[in-house]
Design a protein around this ligand. Structure first.
Ligand code: FAD
Length: 526
């Protein structure tokens, strides 16, 4: 085994890992970012639906096993920038009520260690970093905030008309906040539906484009990125209190990389899997798992796609992700919160074929030509039985049961009714069930009590002095909005605290990379 040493090792170059590398750079410390995949090439296939959605050109190729031991292909991506290379760019803050304990159908949410006010300034930074476009004060459920850093994306005419039809019913449709560089002089040329596609023109505010790439292009001193390098185990000292090294498989070579500080940013399922695979005499249930919560409480929302249409009206919209409705998000008059409704990337006929396709071929074209397409999300419960585990061969098992289903069904019913009244009488419903894990989170929840949480409120492991988890795994509850902005805000908050402690109290708090970076030339090797 070969040996290497850095001051800080970050495992994973996705949203949390990029944020960590960005905040911790500039301290004069050496930082290694380990990424098990490579760069996503900028190529024509980026926007080819058959390549991306049917042949799954960019998927990880992983096979996991479900609760009954049946193999399935999870929608996970292993590449620089992580899942954000394929995210839809919806970038919303949790609502203030999401931070408070609330009732769901099936149980209560787990408490956050702080309220919305603590995260608000970090949400500001996260929005600036990802270049979020939106408009304040349209959405009645919005938590207190200032103006968005960039103006909202305009509705195209079909969506503007729909917004009017919804407003006429007394609803409050608002401009969906998105991390897509559109508008005056924007980079976006509306070339793909965004959801599930990499951006060929780097208009998407993904973790590579906005956070890691600027560091690589300016050759940030001390920063190294090893691609095709998979962390397989984290080792500790004899006391078990300090992580000492990570074992890395890089092509056909194996490395033992030592460091003073380790940051786990492999995403909710893989971070938990790596800890469980790192069980030792000192940590027999898995590294950092004295609470028994590592891998548990997996959440990923209840998700449904609705294709709503009128036989008499076409939908020529190119960029559809501009509208959202939160009228049933928060509970009112003793009623539970139901969830969020957003327009999604425009469905094309090819989306209705292949895996997940649910329509006869003769119907695909006429339906896609007319449908206005929605993504509905409801919160799922942090259930300890929803669990990631690894077997002896290192394979990931994901046991997942749905919760809060009555509220999700009510959300679907209300959405259908509102859309019918707005002139879209036909609704095709595609409930995504347990296989939709795009919004995975919760497997290393944070909290104040080491008996029922894995991380402290700054994402340091309760059980270890120098190990942190900066990715989606910290979330104790998920709310019903897309998770990235919250993940980034908390990762910036925690990484800045770590930066202060590494540098001494004199160090200025870092704000991570500049908000707006011009489209640069590709780094070498990309
Ligand atoms: C199709 C899709 C659409 C989405 N749309 C939205 C959206 O519109 N809005 C939103 O807010 N969120 C969206 N999301 C979710 C969002 O992308 C994730 O919440 C976010 O990326 C999670 O950040 P993370 O740091 O936890 O993980 P990731 O960003 O996935 O990063 C994890 C990284 O770790 C690497 N890795 C894993 N294991 C190892 C290992 N053992 N060694 C080395 N490296 C490793 C992976 O390759 C990856 O690069 C979407 C996700 C998908 C898949």
């Amino acid at each position: 085994m070969e040996a290497a040493r850095f001051d800080i090792v970050v495992i994973g170059s996705g949203l949390g890992g990029s944020a960590a590398a960005s905040v911790l750079s500039g301290l004069g410390l050496s930082i290694l970012v380990l990424e098990r995949g490579g760069f996503v090439k900028q190529e024509k296939a980026n926007w080819d639906i058959a390549e991306v959605a049917i042949r799954r050109r960019y998927d990880s190729g992983d096979t996991w096993l479900d609760g009954k031991g049946r193999p399935f292909s999870p929608r996970v991506y292993y590449n620089v920038g992580g899942s954000t290379k394929f995210f839809g760019g919806s970038a919303l803050r949790l609502r203030a009520g999401d931070f408070l304990v609330h009732e769901l159908d099936g149980g209560r949410s787990f408490p956050w260690p702080y309220d919305y006010g603590e995260l608000a300034p970090w949400y500001d930074r996260a929005e600036a970093l990802l270049e979020v476009h939106g408009v304040a004060a349209e959405d009645p459920t919005e938590p207190p905030r200032g103006p968005f850093p960039f103006s909202p994306l305009e509705h195209e005419p079909r969506i503007a008309r729909l917004a009017e039809g919804l407003a006429a019913q007394g609803l409050h449709p608002f401009h969906l906040p998105v991390a897509i560089d559109q508008g005056d002089k924007g980079r976006c040329i509306k070339g793909s539906p965004c959801d599930g596609f990499p951006c060929m023109v780097r208009a998407k505010g993904d973790a590579e484009n906005r956070i890691l790439r600027p560091l690589l292009l300016r050759k940030e001193p001390g920063l190294s990125l090893w691609t095709e390098s998979r962390a397989t185990k984290i080792e500790t000292d004899a006391s078990g209190a300090r992580a000492t090294a990570v074992i890395v498989r890089r092509e056909n070579r194996e490395f033992r990389v030592e460091a003073d500080t380790f940051i786990l940013s492999a995403g909710a399922a893989n971070s938990a899997a790596l800890l469980l695979a790192s069980a030792s005499q000192e940590h027999p249930k898995g590294l950092g798992n004295s609470s028994g919560q590592v891998g548990r409480n997996f959440m990923s929302h209840l998700n449904t796609v609705i294709l709503a249409l009128s036989p008499f009206e076409s939908n020529p919209t190119k960029f559809q992700k501009t509208l959202a409705i939160h009228d049933w998000y928060g509970g009112r008059d003793g009623e539970a919160g139901l969830g969020a409704i957003q327009t999604r990337g425009k469905v094309r006929p090819e989306n209705l074929a292949g895996k997940g396709g649910f329509l006869r071929s003769s119907l695909r074209k006429p339906i896609a030509a007319r449908s206005v397409d929605f993504w509905l999300m409801s919160e799922d419960l942090a259930d300890p039985d929803n669990q990631v585990s690894v077997d002896r061969d290192g394979r990931i098992h994901l046991e997942r049961h749905l919760s809060n289903e009555a509220n999700h069904r009510a959300l679907i019913a209300r959405t259908k009714d509102a859309l019918r009244r707005a002139g879209l009488p036909i609704a095709l419903i595609d409930e995504r069930g347990i296989s939709a894990i795009q919004h995975q989170c919760g497997t290393l929840r944070f909290g104040t009590d080491p008996r029922d949480s894995v991380l402290d409120p700054f994402c340091k492991f309760h059980d270890l002095e120098n190990l942190y988890a900066l990715d989606a795994s910290f979330m104790p509850s998920a709310g019903a909005v897309n998770p990235s902005l919250t993940i980034l805000a908390q990762c910036l908050r925690a990484a800045n605290r770590l930066r202060e402690s590494l540098a001494g109290s004199a160090a200025p708090a870092a704000t991570a990379a500049p908000a707006a970076t011009p489209a640069p030339a590709a780094p070498k090797g990309e």
